[in-house]
Each structure stands twice: as C-alpha cells, then as structure tokens.
Design a protein around this ligand. Structure first.
Ligand code: NI
Length: 184
C-alpha cells in the first residue's frame, strides 16, 4: 500500500469525465492495489471519501468511509468502508439540503452547497457484484460529492452564494454556526 499524491484544483484530471470499468478490470490485481492505496490516502488525510481522479486515475471508482465522529468534519454519520465502481446515482428526494463541504483536492477551504436530500446509488462492489444503497442527509451529500468527481465536477462549482466560501480558519471563526455540519 502507498499514499498517493492528491490532484489539486486546477489539475485537468479533475475536470474530465471518467470512464467506466469492465468486470475484468475491477477484478484485476492492479485495481485492488489502487483501491488499497486510495483507502490509505483517504485515511492519511482524514477524508470521508476519495474519488479515483483525485489520485490521477480518470476511472469510475470512489471509496467512502464515514465512521462515527469525523475529525475533519465534526459530524457523526455511519457508513462502513464502501468501494464503488461504475456508480449511477438517482435522486429519491429532490428537496435541497445544504452542508459546508470540503475536498482533499481543494485544501484549506470550505463552501456551502445545497444538494438533493436523498439519493440511491447503484454500483459494482470490489467483487464486481451489483449493489444498491440509499443515503440521506449528510451521507447523501458525501455520495453526491464523490460521484460528482467522476463527472469532472467539484463542490466549488455548486456554491450558489460565494459569500459562503471561506478558508477553514475563517469558516470556523465566522460561519461555523451558519448551519451545522460539513461534508467532503
Ligand atoms: Ni472531493
């Protein structure tokens, strides 16, 4: 396992649509190495998720893990480690729900983003088996944020009011009570 370098805002790899993977690719040794590296990288930086383009691989793969209280985000939510290939997202409740979001590719910043409150994600797991999961509230935001990466979309694109975009220090000082938690 190895910690991978994370691509930052401005790198073109973050702005391209990612390609889907074949079952053979998903089951390959190379892919299992990449998944291990992504998990280690996510843990190293305290993220709640990481998408493959963030480690310079423009493929439809993301990992998500959100256990108890997250150090970076001060929010309690439960999502055991999930490896997601070729995800498709369906909105189940379009009612907007906002959180302050951050991103390992946009270090040091937080922005407030409204997203649909509830979604379903259909995907293939690490064994290339079909899975489906529903997520709401904070977790719905986490999934939408990660899966947006696979379309070349970053949370900064979805900040409706740029006055609610801030460095972490200023966010903590002036905006932390604006609503509640924060997501990656
Ligand atoms: Ni991100």
């Amino acid at each position: 396992m190895a910690i991978r370098k994370v691509a930052r805002l401005g790198h073109p790899v973050l702005r391209q649509p990612c390609r889907a993977l074949s079952t053979k690719e998903i089951l390959s040794d190379e892919m299992s190495r990449l998944v291990s590296d992504m998990i280690e990288t996510m843990h190293e930086y305290g993220g709640v998720g990481l998408a493959a383009p963030q480690v310079h691989e423009p493929i439809r793969l993301a990992v998500i893990e959100c256990e108890g209280m997250n150090e970076r985000y001060q929010v309690a939510a439960q999502q055991p480690l999930l490896v997601i290939f070729n995800a498709k997202i369906t909105v189940l409740d379009a009612q907007a729900h906002g959180f302050w979001e951050g991103c390992l590719s946009v270090p040091g910043l937080r922005g407030y983003v409204d997203r649909p409150r509830k979604v379903r994600i259909d995907f293939l797991d690490a064994k290339a088996q079909r899975q489906s999961i529903e997520a709401e509230d904070f977790l719905a935001t986490v999934f939408q944020h990660e899966l947006d990466h696979l379309e070349g979309v970053l949370f900064v694109d979805k900040i409706a009011d740029v006055k609610r975009f801030a460095f972490i220090e200023e966010f903590q000082r002036y905006h932390i009570d604006d609503d509640t938690p924060v997501a990656d």
